[in-house]
Design a protein around this ligand. Structure first.
Ligand SMILES: Cc1ncc(COP(=O)(O)O)c(C=O)c1O
Length: 474
């Protein structure tokens, strides 16, 4: 049976007891019978990579909401990206850990060939714990402390400096890193979007003049290996816009060489490859992107004598976004001035719609073929009126208990979770094409929520406080 990127079209459930997946974590084996016609390029028109029965089985043991990720989708996407840049020896995708900081997923992508892009100590520690270190890790931080740089240097990570002024912090380390990269911000030359903001208004990166000064300073300090980076687009579906970033960086690399003699050994085009969140949107043609970058490389870097240069990317969203689903359940149907489908997930589980009005496709499991019954708001239970997954969305009639699937939630989804109102972060599951699933993160419990306070101290403090009040009154 082919093991590609498949829908589960017919299902037979057997004893769900542990059939271990490779890696030792017990899996529930459903012996699903599969047919392969799933085409992720038209994600919303295609069957889901799981069946209602499978979701029922997970939900029977684990309360909703939870995230599920499609393992083969993650691998397939990595293969596609590497195939698109196969012309460039040394091409590397550094997965932006912040998108989906689950160690199982980062390890899966590591096994598929990815490095990791980290921006915090927690992300560095995650990588270290799974044996992802050295130049397989890029540290792209901002507002960084010396202690944070020390952690990155201890791992041997490539340090990507937000600004040359941070060299002063690096000089406080026992030794300077061998390789340094700088993050370029083109300012008024480029425009941004609601996610990443306008470059001119953005706190990230620094100007062309600062970058040139930065390389000069590094040379004086004896640093000998260099890279160049920018992250100026986010959720970008246009190949030509992504190519603008490549052209901009290639030209800057030539200028740097002319001005300072520094020949960068890698150019990191950043992340930002978009996800077709809305039905009808077209995914980025990765082959066209790879070929376009190749042409720019030949037109700009080769004539300048800069080749070979390793091309790098640090995508997050495109790697995991389309392959993650937030599974939630209808708790209440409410009709007042509007009609509401109220689910047991909330903005604390997926913040993007509430934070910047991001669209996530929503379907009601098993009712995909039913006609819409009028516009509804799909809402959570936070005491915040922007706790809405969709506003005026046309959906089939929902009933209490229905599973609601929120699509393309695999990146910047669970990771942006928070605990406001004491709503806790959910479990995460990995599904494979053999129809197995395994829990890769348990749901938080109230014990987790209260773990950072000591109720005994509260009681003692209260008692002391009462005495003070009584004492003061006397
Ligand atoms: C420095 C940096 N690199 C990469 C990414 C990943 O971006 P995306 O998920 O849009 O590919 C981000 C996202 O916030 C980022 O800040």
């Amino acid at each position: 049976m082919p093991m590609g990127f498949m829908p589960l079209t017919r299902v037979r459930c057997e004893d769900p007891l542990a059939a271990p997946l490779k890696g030792g974590v017990p899996a529930r084996n459903f012996n699903l019978h599969l047919q392969s016609n799933f085409n992720f390029k038209t994600m919303h028109d295609s069957p889901l990579p799981f069946t209602p029965e499978l979701i029922e089985r997970i939900a029977a043991e684990h309360p909703t909401p939870f995230y599920v990720y499609h393992e083969e989708g993650l691998r397939q996407r990595t293969r596609e990206l590497y195939a698109a840049f196969a012309w460039n020896e040394g091409f590397r995708q550094y997965f932006a850990v912040k998108a989906t900081p689950n160690p199982h997923i980062v390890a899966l992508l590591q096994a598929a060939g990815c490095g990791a892009d980290c921006s915090s100590v927690a992300e560095l520690v995650l990588c270290e714990k799974i044996g992802l270190t050295g130049e397989s890790v890029m540290f792209t931080s901002n507002n960084t402390t010396t202690a944070e740089f020390a952690q990155a240097a201890r791992l041997g990570a490539v340090i990507n400096l937000d600004c040359p002024s941070l060299l002063a912090k690096l000089q406080q380390l026992p030794a300077l890193p061998e390789v340094i990269s700088f993050r370029f911000n083109p300012g008024a030359e480029r425009s941004g979007n609601v996610i990443i903001g306008d470059p001119q208004e953005s706190k990230f990166g620094c100007s062309r003049a600062q970058i040139i000064e930065g390389y000069r300073r590094c040379q004086e300090l004896g640093i000998s290996r260099f890279g160049l980076h920018a992250m100026v687009v986010s959720n970008e579906l246009s190949v030509s816009s992504l190519l603008d970033t490549a052209a901009m960086l290639f030209e800057l690399a030539v200028l740097v060489q002319q001005e300072t003699g520094v020949a960068v050994e890698f150019i990191n085009l950043g992340g930002g490859i978009g996800v077709p969140y809305r039905p009808g949107e077209q995914p980025v043609d990765l082959q066209a992107l790879g070929s376009g970058v190749r042409e720019l490389y030949a037109a700009i870097l080769e004539p300048a004598g800069l080749a070979p240069v390793r091309i790098m990317m640090e995508n997050g969203r495109a790697m995991t976004g389309p392959f993650g689903y937030l599974v939630t359940r209808v708790q209440n149907i409410k009709r007042s001035y509007k009609d509401y489908v109220a689910v047991d997930a909330c903005m604390a589980n997926l913040m993007r719609p509430g934070m910047y009005g991001a669209y996530h496709h929503i379907s009601i499991l098993g009712k995909e073929d039913q006609p819409p019954q009028g516009p509804v708001d799909v809402v959570g239970s936070l005491c915040e009126n922007n706790d809405k997954f969709a506003i005026d969305r046309q959906l089939p009639a929902a009933a209490e208990g229905d599973f609601v699937i929120i699509h393309d939630a695999g990146a910047h989804g669970h990771s942006m979770g928070f605990q406001y109102n004491g709503r806790l972060r959910s479990a995460e599951f990995l599904l494979n094409d053999a129809g197995e699933f395994r829990q890769i993160r348990r749901a938080e419990t109230l014990d987790d929520y209260f773990a950072t306070v000591d109720f005994a101290e509260v009681a003692a403090g209260e008692a002391a406080g009462k005495q003070d009040v009584v004492g003061a009154a006397r």
